[in-house]
Design a protein around this ligand. Structure first.
Ligand SMILES: [Cu+2]
Length: 181
């Protein structure tokens, strides 16, 4: 009889662990941001999560002239976690790697942030070829006013000679005319 009791306790402990694990996973997924962002005091806030090998969200909509606040979080789920990059631009720059038909993705021909003043820790300045590379667990925050560069822009991670990009680490931003324009 004592043995039977032990088995019951073990089984309920396992069920309990499964429920807790499920709850954590669920919370993780509902906490992830949407592509719509959040408007707070006239500033459009977005959080971009980086995983191996994808961004969440993969799509954002900005308007020319609005102030955007971007928080990039590297949530690499591997052990050890790996670095990721956020780079926004247009026109994929590729390099031949010696295998026909398999060029490496190395970056953008046109960087979105060229001539765009970016505010980091209260300091505002244009940063040529601005991109953000983070180690696992790090986050980075910056703000800017969306310049008059409408249309579709792409973001990606080009680390490990473009392997992350090839693996699907990419997304896009649609920039619409100024609201009310
Ligand atoms: Cu990456």
């Amino acid at each position: 009889m004592a043995a039977k009791g032990t088995v019951t306790v073990l089984v309920s402990a396992v069920v309990c662990a499964a429920v807790v694990f499920g709850a954590v996973k669920w919370e993780d997924s509902v906490a992830l941001p949407t592509s719509a962002g959040q408007m707070v005091d006239g500033v459009h806030h977005f959080t971009i999560n980086e995983f191996n090998y994808r961004f969440v969200p993969t799509h954002m909509v900005w308007h020319v002239g609005e102030k955007v606040s971007l928080t990039i979080m590297n949530r690499s789920q591997s052990q050890p976690p790996i670095a990721h990059q956020f780079s926004l631009g247009r026109g994929l720059e590729t390099r031949n790697n010696g295998f026909p038909g398999q060029p490496l993705a190395v970056g953008w021909k046109h960087d979105f942030f060229d001539n765009v003043p970016v505010t980091i820790d209260g300091q505002t300045s244009p940063i040529p070829s601005f991109s953000v590379s983070l180690e696992g667990g790090q986050k980075f925050h910056f703000t800017f006013v969306v310049p008059n560069k409408p249309g579709k822009w792409d973001y990606g991670c080009f680390l490990q000679t473009g392997q992350h990009f090839m693996n699907g680490m990419r997304g896009h931003v649609t920039i619409l005319p100024a609201q009310g324009a």
